[in-house]
Design a protein around this ligand. Sequence first.
Ligand SMILES: [Zn+2]
Length: 91
Amino acid sequence: MSTFSPFLPNMKPEALTEKLPSDHCLICGAAPAIIGIFTPEDPTAWGAKNGKTRLIRYCLCDKCHGRQETLENVEKIIRAELAGGGVTHAE
Ligand SMILES: [Zn+2]
């Protein structure tokens, strides 16, 4: 009866990478081309309880996805949003 899932509770793995109408590029706000899952190396620094994994879903457009600095910017933006408690497009 129990199904192991490394993802968020009550959330099917597919749901994390499914496109949503509200999706937009995390960097520039354009229409998203890809959906990424950010998994911090130290989840407790990102609001997760000890031993739990934190998964943060985000979208990128084609342009930003191809940039070298994007991964770094994604981390900065998500970190800022988590710190400010105003997470709107990263869950
Ligand atoms: Zn973009």
